[in-house]
Design a binder for this molecule. Structure first.
Ligand SMILES: NC(=O)c1ccc[n+]([C@@H]2O[C@H](COP(=O)([O-])OP(=O)(O)OC[C@H]3O[C@@H](n4cnc5c(N)ncnc54)[C@H](OP(=O)(O)O)[C@@H]3O)[C@@H](O)[C@H]2O)c1
Length: 222
């Protein structure tokens, strides 16, 4: 399985991409400017020389050809970006990890998005894609530190069973992460908004990684 990350040159896309590549997947980091993606991947491989990460940098359009595509752009760029890639995303599992929020002083405030969430707006923009929302609340810094195993649950929202199953499989590829079915895409807005609360708490307590605060961890199923 290979994964393409649109808007992958930011902390979230690079962190998730590094984790997936460390787990043995082939990852394409996408950018509006392919040279930026190439340079980001070069830097990452230099940071982790012993890990043989199967990662390449390319334009967003090229990485949208992967088996599974993650949208890791800022929330206000997600819809226009996927719209421009609609052909490549047709029938694909597309995972939106974007959260609509703005910083107000020491807090992050959730934004109201048309359709209710970024994930739903993405689904409306590319109706031929199988859209899920996931990875919203995993801090990039925790993802990027490959020396520390993750320890978190990942809430997944999806209407389509294939999107749900594929996203769950992808989450399970990363040691220490457990997929949890949160509900339909209609739930995604609540997950995106609650992530603003988690980030605000992290800012207040100066915490950055999943095991401290910001991760979600439930008990064992009964
Ligand atoms: N940071 C975290 O800890 C974290 C964790 C979970 C989820 N998220 C979510 O994941 C997304 C990415 O987070 P981030 O911190 O990595 O964001 P970011 O650095 O602000 O943006 C990621 C990349 O998106 C591209 N981009 C910027 N503006 C764009 C636009 N208007 N249209 C299309 N592409 C654009 C840029 O790449 P190019 O210039 O190379 O195209 C940028 O490097 C956000 O929606 C965030 O809410 C973040």
């Amino acid at each position: 399985m290979d994964v393409g990350i649109i808007g992958g040159t930011g902390p979230a896309g690079m962190g998730l991409g590094a984790r997936l590549a460390a787990a043995g997947l082939t990852v394409g980091i996408g950018s509006r400017d392919s040279s930026r993606a190439e340079s980001a991947v070069r830097d990452l491989k230099e940071r982790w020389p012993g890990r043989s990460l199967q990662m390449t940098g390319a334009g967003n359009e090229a990485v949208a050809g992967a088996d599974i595509v993650v949208v890791a752009t800022p929330w206000d760029g997600a819809v226009s970006t996927v719209e421009s890639l609609a052909g490549a995303l047709e029938s694909k599992v597309v995972i939106s990890m974007a959260n609509a929020m703005v910083r107000q002083g020491k807090e992050m405030h959730p934004m109201m998005v048309a359709r209710g969430s970024v994930a739903q707006a993405v689904a409306a923009a590319v109706p031929g894609a199988l859209v899920a929302g996931a990875f919203h609340h995993l801090p990039a810094r925790g993802l990027a530190n490959l020396d520390e195993q993750m320890d978190a649950d990942v809430l997944i929202c999806a209407d389509d069973p294939v999107a749900l199953a594929s996203t769950s499989r992808l989450v399970r590829e990363i040691p220490g992460l457990r997929p949890l079915e949160a509900g339909s895409l209609a739930i995604a807005g609540a997950v995106e908004s609650f992530t603003a609360v988690l980030v605000s708490v992290n800012i207040r307590y100066k915490a950055h990684s999943v095991p401290v605060l910001g991760g979600i961890r439930g008990g064992e199923p009964v």
